[in-house]
Write a protein that binds this ligand. Structure first.
Ligand SMILES: [Ca+2]
Ligand SMILES: [Ca+2]
Ligand SMILES: [Ca+2]
Ligand SMILES: [Ca+2]
Length: 811
């Protein structure tokens, strides 16, 4: 079957075989690999930085410009470099150039040369006055909490998207108050703001999340991505009553509350933050309704609070206000401290455990609210059902308020937004599609509640949830998530720590291991379990497919301190028991003399140091590099590490060569995590920029690598996995972003996928090849792909603009 598409006077006219329009798609058509999503439309990304040796220029090779493999990089257009309109050089083997004798105020441009024809020049740029660029920020005013504590702001995580469709990224900056909290820490926080800036520092809008969203790494996960394919990125995040946007006109507008919430008496002036007295009242209310709790009614929980707390019967049920108050006081002053001296519930303040929870899509350019829906799943309670009262550490508002977010091409075509809640016990992941008009839920993968016999004394971690299809998702999630096509069918999966959700939301696998001698329960088969660091890419190019490297927190209850697993099956390739919380781990090409990416984990205690391991598990060194985050900085495609945390100046360090950059005057974020605001290929060549805040948060500082390179590679943002990994970098404990293929110093260029050529479908299909005409240059009009089926693709590409290109769908 042939689908042909012609372009006439700028209007797309589709002439499609009648069967496609009038009848159901033939079986073979339904088995076709989905058309890949259009590549993000990016401009040339030319930047010029001033170095000791001259002006260093760096620009993008776009995904569709790469035409094949060479010896040190991909083939593609040569580039002519212009200075003040005059031809300066032609660059063939990279997308960088050093002008050794620059003139003051010179304007640089580059233009690709395709088949001997010089195509359009990029926008002209002048050199930065330094080797870095500062984007000035508008720091929010200091504030004071209801408890009288003052707080200030510093710039925190950053995400990027082209919000206005001009091919240049804008920067969404999360402002973190100095009193932001981990979910286990009590106290009030200042509100969180999300600012959107142009690269020149123009503030487009500010989202003020308001008092009902607590500040901290686990609360606000913000997605910046073009979800509807109109070429402009949206902003999606969890919101609440009181969330408003301040636009460029200075006017502020609240998000839209569902009518039923307005009728129920909620308003944007609500303050649901608990005071210590408020928490006592909350507990009294919880106890007063104990007899009616579904778990009590069902006989799964003790019938009385006294039974649950292990004390003699004292009161009649339903509890009176007075009796419930007496029990609440007993709980806070006697029972809780008896479980742990750290249980200081009289000081419990600042948490939000009631009130509506929303998810809002904002227009990226204006901040206009596009749609607000209820956040799914809702908290249900203050954490009681989530096990927050069950363990020795009583921490209401903890497990219930663990949020993650990401972007995934679940259908192989359009990106969906992923918003998750919970990973220690109940674990739920929701996928949403935004089509420009409406948010629709694609699926909700939910483990269901983890059953307990007594919510005040139990060990719910590692126990199956009550939803049979996703029961084994529990306790596997990490403090981040990864998105990768682990089974090679063109559709991306959600790697939820130790478990992976298939593109349709079904549970692909949940990894387990056997507890070794010396562990909590030798011989038992248990989940690999939660961990703080997660990396998914082709770590070992000699093994088929992608691998997952993760560290695990379960100590003596976890079969491994770290694992390298087959990302398709979840089976452990190698790993080691640690018996303690193994908190950090990283992968990267730090030993170019050894094939594959190396792996290393922090195994506290000294003698049990994991050191550096090769991709196939051989120990290469007993020492290991840092674990805060990695960066692609060197010209030879090895991996460097960003070091520095808290008040330490960040550095970029190479395992063999030492410090390559000291980012004087800047700081990393998130305390000991020491994460930059962003590490991503946001402009210039394929290398990653280091984006950090200045020490006083007056600016975001961009460092771009000026190390010489002879590697020619398209922008990593044109790799689908890398792009969505950047979108999720901000989530909770920031993790590096990886492409969906092996990319390191010993890369086999013939195995680097070319975005201009659809990849072979590795799934077994057995269908005959089908001719498909792909139109380059025009983003698919909304709904167009759905209308004409999977056989038609559109893309944006400035070089092949207005050309028709024929390609063959993979068989
Ligand atoms: Ca833009
Ligand atoms: Ca959009
Ligand atoms: Ca897949
Ligand atoms: Ca592999």
């Amino acid at each position: 079957m042939v689908t042909s598409v012609v372009m006439r006077r700028g209007v797309l006219l589709a002439v499609v075989t009648a069967a496609l329009l009038t009848g159901p798609l033939p079986a073979t058509a339904q088995a076709w690999q989905p058309s890949p999503a259009p590549l993000e439309h990016l401009d040339r990304g030319l930047v010029a930085s001033t170095t000791a040796g001259g002006v260093h220029l760096s620009w993008r090779l776009l995904g569709r410009e790469a035409t094949g493999a060479g010896t040190t990089g991909l083939r593609g257009p040569d580039f002519v470099v212009y200075r003040d309109g005059k031809r300066l050089a032609t660059v063939t083997d990279s997308t960088t150039y050093l002008d050794p004798s620059p003139t003051a105020g010179a304007r640089y441009q580059v233009a690709p040369v395709v088949h001997g024809v010089t195509l359009g020049r990029s926008k002209a740029v002048t050199a930065w006055t330094n080797h870095y660029h500062d984007l000035p920020l508008r720091k929010p005013a200091d504030g004071v909490t209801p408890a009288g504590e003052s707080y200030t702001y510093s710039a925190n995580d950053v995400s990027v998207g082209d919000v206005d469709g001009d091919g240049q990224y804008e920067y969404v900056v999360k402002w973190d108050p100095s009193n932001s909290k981990d979910v286990s820490q009590v106290g009030y926080t200042g509100p969180v703001y999300l600012d959107t800036y142009r690269f020149d520092g123009t503030l487009l809008h500010r989202v003020d999340l308001g008092v009902n969203i607590r500040a901290g790494a686990h609360y606000t996960q913000f997605l910046v991505h073009d979800f509807d394919g109109d070429g402009r990125a949206e902003l999606m995040t969890k919101t609440a009553p009181g969330t408003k946007v301040v636009g460029r006109d200075g006017r502020s507008r609240y998000v839209t509350m569902p009518r039923e919430d307005v009728r129920a008496g909620y308003s944007h002036s609500d303050d649901h933050r608990l005071s210590p007295d408020g928490y006592r009242d909350h507990l009294i209310g919880m106890f007063r309704s104990w007899h009616a709790h579904p778990e009590v009614v069902a006989g799964r929980w003790p019938a009385t609070i006294e039974q649950a707390l292990g004390i003699e019967p004292r009161y009649a049920y339903p509890l009176s206000q007075q009796d419930a108050a007496a029990l609440a006081d007993h709980f806070m002053d006697v029972y809780a401290p008896s479980r742990s001296a750290n249980n200081k519930l009289r000081q419990f303040a600042g948490f939000v455990v009631s009130g509506p929870e929303y998810l809002t899509v904002f227009d990226g350019a204006t901040g206009r609210e596009l749609q607000t829906v209820r956040y799914e799943p809702g908290r249900g309670d203050d954490g009681l059902m989530w096990g927050d009262y069950a363990m020795s550490r009583i921490e209401p508002g903890n497990r219930v308020d663990r949020f993650l977010a990401g972007v995934a091409h679940l259908d192989g075509k359009r990106p969906s937004a992923i918003f998750a809640r919970g990973y220690y016990t109940r674990s739920a992941v929701a996928a949403y599609d935004w089509n420009g008009r409406r948010l629709t839920k694609r699926w909700l993968a939910d483990s269901g509640w983890v059953p307990m016999t007594n919510p005040f004394r139990d060990s719910p971690h590692g126990r199956d949830g009550t939803n049979p299809s996703h029961a084994k998702m529990t306790t596997q999630g990490a403090h981040s998530l990864s998105v990768a096509d682990v089974d090679g069918d063109g559709r991306q999966e959600i790697v939820y720590g130790g478990a992976t959700l298939d593109h349709d939301g079904s549970l692909l696998y949940s990894s387990t291991g056997v507890l070794p001698p010396g562990s909590a329960d030798p011989g038992a088969a248990v989940r690999v379990g939660h961990g703080d660091a997660l990396h998914v890419t082709d770590i070992d190019p000699n093994r088929p497919g992608l691998e997952t490297y993760m560290v695990h927190e379960g100590a003596r209850s976890a079969p491994y301190g770290y694992t390298l697993r087959d990302a398709r099956t979840g089976e452990v390739v190698y790993g080691a028991y640690s018996g303690m919380d193994t908190g950090r781990g990283m992968v990267g090409d730090v030993r170019p003399d050894v094939p594959g990416l190396e792996t290393w984990a922090s195994m506290p205690g000294g003698s049990d140091s994991a050191g550096i391991r090769s991709a196939d598990g051989r120990q290469l060194d007993t020492r290991s590099p840092g674990t805060n985050t990695s960066i692609r900085w060197a010209g030879d495609m090895t991996t460097q590490i960003v070091n520095g945390a808290q008040d330490v100046t960040p550095t970029i360090d190479d395992w063999r060569r030492g410090t390559l950059l000291t980012a004087t005057g800047t700081r990393t974020n998130n305390g000991t995590k020491g994460t930059p605001s962003l590490v991503a290929d946001v402009f210039g060549d394929w290398r990653e920029e280091l984006v950090v805040r200045t020490q006083d948060s007056s600016a975001l500082r961009f460092y771009t690598s000026t190390e010489p390179t002879n590697r020619k590679m398209y922008t990593l943002m044109h790799d689908r996995q890398y792009r969505v990994e950047v979108a999720r970098q901000q989530t909770a404990y920031n993790q590096p972003s990886y492409p969906g293929f092996y990319l390191a110093s010993d890369v086999d260029w013939s195995r680097v996928p070319l975005p201009s050529r659809p990849r072979k479908n590795t799934a077994t299909r057995g269908d005959a090849p089908v001719k498909v005409l792909v139109i380059a240059a025009v983003p698919c009009p909304r709904g167009w792909q759905a209308k004409f089926g999977v056989s038609v693709g559109c893309s944006a590409d400035e070089v092949t603009r207005s050309r028709h290109r024929e390609s063959s769908t993979p068989s």
